[in-house]
Design a protein around this ligand. Structure first.
Ligand code: ATP
Length: 595
């Protein structure tokens, strides 16, 4: 997406992206409290272990007292039990929290995507957007459900172990204190690079998903043009790029890990060497040194764990950036603050006044130029003209998929910009050029027209659209699943389902965009008859290349290069002898030669 590339090159880490996660955590205060409580308990238990070990050595082995050994082991066992229970419950609370947060994030993202307008989807590939719902939300889940917990636990352990180091032996602790800032140094140096590479990884992965989604959705084209191997190579190339970025990121992380472990444990070894000298000199007991060692290892382990999750947090920061970009995108086409509903029972009149419009991606060439016409309620109008003339654009503007650049459009006597989008679009039943079906049953596909329609209405609409006979002949009749995008049906059958869907809607304005182009003459005639039946109840606007389809229209508008160049009945337009007469001569002459 356009803003995506901007953010992709932005190298700074956005804390705002991390803050964006907070509203998703807030509703789950109970889970957070549960997690914090058990985090505290498990940390306390872990910090008690070195102390128990010291007791064992000092009072048990050194003094040779069996009771003391028993007591020390009992304490150790109890601590271990508390640790086990607290760790399990901590894991439980935080993992559930992670799942809930990512589920909410996905729901919100999807809902938001559905609210965005046509321009957004022209700029962004669906597979790429899908990866934000799947892969990016997954990363955020990992951070909330695990890294966040590890990070906080490590901080607590680091602080706790450091305090206990000072308590155990302040002099040795002072040496150890030098090790910590040393360990932080590589994080500061390499952290920025890791987060930049992480964002790049996610972007490249999204690109791969987009590519795969597109190809899998057009498998028959790939096969028909034997492009499988070209496609596979293209995918290999994309994956190669993902891998290259991942390699760089992992390499940097590996170097980071090496430096941290080498610095931290190197320093600790030095400190212990000093400590061992103190034991030999009799200044410090073996028990105290053991306790010190264990606390030092705990503190060092915490630093290590922090660096590990720091990388994760950086990655999730990148992912959250990508999610936030979508959530921050506001649709240009939305309800005005004072939008009102189109009154129920509004008539199906349509008025275009001097409408000029250019698509956002092609501003230099208007698709429509000062187009004016009006359609009375119950009238049937046909839009005719060469391919690319602007006929479908007229439909898109009526449905307010785009806003006009100049002029205005009225439906039922109301300017469409003053209406709520929901009520405006409820006034239309559209049969688009490509009948889009879903992987649902035949009945559900028809019910897309009106979700609450009952079975008899669905069957009636199917009968009107000449679809009843073939649907009933399907293996499970109306319950037959039609496959992804309706692949299990022929083009003409898909089109009839789309017509049934539109008829079921019972909207005041019916828009047919090449709606019967895939049908045989017989089916088309039958549908024309069915449409005759509803003809005076609804306003019908038909786009058709086959002039036989439009002859019965009350009026025909001839569109050419974004302008209305002629208007009238079939006979009147033939008599005028313009573009329409030319189209008619070509089609009907051809027809007579063929027959
Ligand atoms: N989303 C879009 N972005 C940019 N230009 C577009 C877009 N959709 C259509 N166009 C352009 O606008 C012009 C009008 O297109 P439109 O789809 O309205 O033509 P049409 O008359 O319906 O053609 P056809 O009969 O082939 O369906 C064409 O030049 C087309 O290339």
């Amino acid at each position: 997406m356009s803003s995506g590339t901007e953010a992709g090159t932005r190298s700074g880490f956005r804390w705002s992206a991390v803050r964006q996660v907070w509203p998703y955590l807030q509703p789950y205060r109970g889970l957070i409290l549960g997690w914090l409580a058990f985090l505290g308990l498990s940390s306390a238990a872990t910090l008690t272990l070195p102390f128990a070990a010291r007791l064992m050595i000092e009072q048990g082995f050194t003094s040779g007292n069996r009771d003391a050994v028993n007591q020390a082991f009992l304490l150790l066992g109890l601590v271990a039990l508390v640790l086990a229970i607290a760790t399990a419950l901590r894991f439980f609370f935080i993992s559930i929290l992670g799942e809930r947060v990512s589920a909410d994030l996905r729901k919100r993202l999807y809902r938001h995507l559905l609210s965005l307008d046509a321009t957004f989807f022209e700029k962004n590939r669906s597979g790429e957007l899908l990866s934000r719902i799947t892969a990016d939300a997954e990363l955020v889940q990992t951070v909330v459900g695990s890294s966040m917990s590890v990070a906080l636990r490590s901080v607590i352990m680091l602080v706790g172990a450091s305090a206990l180091l000072v308590w155990t032996n302040p002099k040795l602790a002072a040496y150890a204190a030098l090790a910590i800032p040393l360990a932080m140094l590589p994080i500061l140096v390499f952290g920025r690079r890791v987060r930049k590479l992480s964002r790049q990884s996610q972007d490249r992965f999204a690109e791969t998903s987009a590519q795969a989604a597109e190809s899998l959705g057009a498998m028959h084209i790939l096969k028909a043009f034997t492009r499988e191997s070209v496609e596979a190579d293209r995918f290999d190339g994309s994956i190669g790029k993902v891998l290259a970025t991942a390699n760089q990121r992992i390499g940097t992380r590996a170097l980071l890990t090496f430096l941290i472990i080498a610095l931290v444990f190197g320093s600790i070894t030095l400190v212990l060497w000093v400590g061992a000298g103190q034991v030999l000199d009799g200044h410090v007991s073996a028990g105290v040194l053991t306790q010190f060692v264990l606390y030092a290892v705990t503190a060092a382990g915490s630093v290590g764990a922090l660096t590990e999750v720091w990388g994760e947090v950086q990655r999730a920061g990148g992912a959250m950036d990508r999610i936030t970009e979508v959530l921050d995108t506001k649709p240009d086409i939305r309800d005005a603050a004072d939008a009102r509903r189109l009154p129920d029972g509004a008539t199906g009149s349509v008025v275009f006044r001097e409408v000029t419009f250019a698509y956002p991606s092609r501003r230099e060439k208007p698709a429509l130029n000062a187009v004016s016409f009006s359609v009375a309620p119950g009238e049937t109008i046909a839009l005719v003209g060469p391919s690319g003339a602007g006929k479908s654009t007229i439909f898109q503007l009526m449905l307010r998929f785009y806003d006009v650049d100049a002029g205005s459009i009225e439906i039922g006597g109301q300017p469409i910009k003053a209406l709520t989008l929901e009520s405006l679009r409820s006034a239309f039943a559209l049969v688009p050029q490509d009948s889009v079906l879903f992987a649902m049953s035949a009945a559900e596909n028809i019910r897309v027209g009106r979700a609450k329609a009952d079975e008899s209405d669905v069957r009636h609409a199917a009968a009107q659209a000449e679809a009843a006979a073939f649907i009933e002949a399907l293996p499970q009749g109306y319950d037959t699943d039609l496959g992804e995008r309706g692949v299990k049906l022929s083009g003409g059958q898909q089109q009839r389902i789309a017509i049934a869907r539109a008829l079921l809607r019972k909207a005041p304005i019916l828009l047919l965009d090449e709606a019967t182009s895939s049908l045989d003459a017989q089916s088309e005639a039958a549908i024309q008859n069915a449409l005759e039946g509803v003809r005076h109840q609804v306003t019908t606007i038909v786009i058709a290349h086959r002039l036989a389809t439009v002859q019965k229209a009350d009026r025909i508008l001839v569109i050419d290069q974004g302008e209305v160049v002629a208007e009238g009945s079939h006979d009147a337009l033939i008599a005028q002898g313009g573009l329409y007469a030319e189209l008619a001569r070509l089609q009907f002459d051809l027809g007579s030669k063929q027959s």
